[in-house]
Unconditional design. Structure first.
Lengths: 99, 194
């Protein structure tokens, strides 16, 4: 029993020594920086995916649907530019989220 | 300018993170709990570098899961529970390369409280224990968790936890007895070859 107490004391002493040493190297800033980096990365992925997705969808719609059918009075070029603008806005929104 | 959060309890800080994703509050929680957690992981893994990476992963995971923390246990117990699960995942991942890494890694360093030889013997004896025994012994004897807190952190029944601790102490004592003598809390190393 006494040996068990000594064993516990030894482990506690080792833990206290390690803790004191590790306390000199704080970790909070590293963890917070990692969280921020992860947010940035996710935002960039979202922005890229959103931009590409919207761009592809726009190209498909423009290629398949005549502008006059959905938006009377607008040329096919204007129709395409509108979709491109929407895709760009989604990209900018994602980039803003990344920051 | 960082707000002064040192006067708040862990529970209040957790609520701030849950309600407003307050990163300063989370930083304060990390500041309060990182040293015992890192020391625990260091002795659990036997590798300081791996323990550092693992500790960072644990805190990131804590942040991701904090919405699910209901305060049934203390924040400290909850963090240790996540740390233990992360350690098991790390161990499963590292089974193939673990031996190689251990071969090339430096001998575990001791804290300021122990002589490097003492720390080496201690780490070697800990490594010889089963994973659950090692974690149980470290949580109770090194980190100061109560038996019920440690049982909760390791997700084992209280009776089993007590058995793990007792068996771990006996194995440690038997193993250290082969290489060293315990005299008045001092580990006197008899083996000099590393």
């Amino acid at each position: 029993m006494q040996n068990n107490d000594l064993m516990s004391e030894l482990l506690a002493r080792d833990h206290a020594g390690l803790s004191a040493r590790l306390a000199r190297k704080p970790m909070d800033r590293i963890v917070l920086a990692q969280l921020q980096d992860r947010d940035r990365f996710r935002g960039l992925v979202l922005a890229t995916a959103g931009f590409l997705g919207a761009g592809v969808a726009a190209a498909e719609i423009v290629a398949l649907v005549p502008a006059s059918k959905l938006w009377p009075g607008v040329t096919q070029l204007g129709f395409a530019m509108t979709f491109l603008l929407i895709a760009g806005m989604i990209g900018i929104l994602g980039r803003a989220m990344a920051d | 300018m960082r707000p002064n959060l040192s006067g708040l309890s862990d529970r209040d800080l957790v609520l701030r993170v849950q309600d407003a994703h307050d990163r300063d509050a989370f930083g304060e929680l990390v500041r309060r709990h990182h040293t015992p957690l890192r020391a625990f992981l260091w002795r659990l893994t036997g590798n300081g570098g791996e323990a550092e990476d693992l500790a960072q992963d644990v805190f990131i995971r804590c942040y991701d899961r904090i919405a699910g923390f209901r305060g049934a246990s203390s924040f400290r117990t909850w963090v240790f529970a996540i740390a233990y699960r992360e350690f098991l995942r790390w161990k499963r991942r590292g089974l193939i390369y673990g031996k190689l890494l251990r071969h090339f890694s430096r001998a575990p360093e001791g804290g300021d409280a122990l002589h490097p030889d003492e720390a080496f013997e201690l780490q070697r004896s800990l490594n010889a224990l089963g994973v659950t025994e090692r974690a149980a012994l470290l949580l109770c004897d090194a980190c100061g968790l109560s038996h019920s807190e440690a049982a909760e952190a390791l997700s084992v029944p209280l009776g089993s936890l007590k058995t793990y601790v007792q068996r771990g102490r006996e194995k440690m004592r038997a193993r250290l007895g082969d290489h060293a003598e315990l005299e008045q809390g001092q580990l006197v190393s008899c083996k000099t070859t590393i």
